[in-house]
Design a protein. Structure first.
Length: 102
């Protein structure tokens, strides 16, 4: 993969970054707010909330990794197909039989 094939950020990735930032910020804010209101007492509901928030963050990271992998795979497949087409063109030129004149 060359630097020419690397493209900028896609719309989906920008959307994913924005949603991830909102979830991180809002989750942190809500968790700290609940902690302050309960005078830093940790109960079962709090543990569930933190665990679910962490799972959501992990899922967003996994989605970003999968999206990046799909793009890399597409770029490598495109480069491979271009190479195959060039090799086929060279083979066709070598194998071409000159046409007979009438």
């Amino acid at each position: 993969m060359t630097l020419d094939n690397i493209k900028g950020i896609s719309v989906f990735e920008a959307f994913l970054i924005a949603i991830g930032a909102v979830i991180l910020g809002l989750g942190y804010f809500l968790i700290t707010t609940v902690l302050k209101k309960t005078s830093y007492a940790i109960g079962w509901e709090f543990v569930q909330s933190v665990f679910l928030w962490a799972l959501l963050v992990i899922f967003i990271v996994l989605i970003a990794i999968i999206e990046n992998g799909k793009r890399d795979l597409l770029l490598s497949q495109t480069a491979e197909l271009k190479g195959i087409n060039e090799k086929l063109a060279v083979m066709n030129e070598k194998m071409s039989v000159p046409k007979l004149k009438k």
